[in-house]
Design a protein around this ligand. Structure first.
Ligand code: FES
Length: 140
């Protein structure tokens, strides 16, 4: 899989890859956004439901196609985002994602790891009119 780290974390990644959490669609989501890693064509699409005040994330669903790291990262992130404030999401960076995954990731694969995070962040930014793009890419 091209990743180092302890067996426990590798197992966790494989588990999320094989049994992705929150996989699917949410009808009438507040935010829906898609992204791609152009190096490989792997994609993640996310639906995010915000609370009435639009400052807290209530629920997230995703679907996608791609490598174990990109899909496991989306699955784990979907769990973490529920209950998180929009501000916290916007403050996340790649260190938070590598910490969440718990494995050493080569610079090439970091793009796989952060795809879901970028999709979620861009989706929310677009919703609030802070950004304008149809599709997120890991090259941005
Ligand atoms: Fe495509 Fe990982 S190889 S996102």
């Amino acid at each position: 899989m091209g990743i180092g780290g302890s067996d426990m974390y590798r197992q966790q990644i494989l588990d999320h890859y094989k049994n992705p959490r929150n996989y699917g669609e949410i009808e009438d989501a507040t935010v829906t956004h898609v992204g791609e890693n152009p190096m490989c064509g792997d994609t993640i699409e996310m639906d995010i439901v915000l609370d009435d005040d639009e400052d807290t994330i209530e629920r997230v669903a995703f679907r996608g196609d791609g490598c174990a790291i990109s899909q496991a990262s989306a699955s784990m992130l979907s769990e973490r985002l529920a209950g998180m404030s929009v501000e916290e999401l916007q403050g996340m960076d790649r260190d938070d994602i590598t910490e969440m995954l718990g494995v050493d990731i080569s610079p090439m694969r970091v793009k796989c790891a952060v795809l879901a995070e970028k999709v979620a962040q861009d989706g929310v930014e677009i919703y609030f009119g802070e950004k304008d793009t149809d599709k997120t890419t890991t090259e941005d």
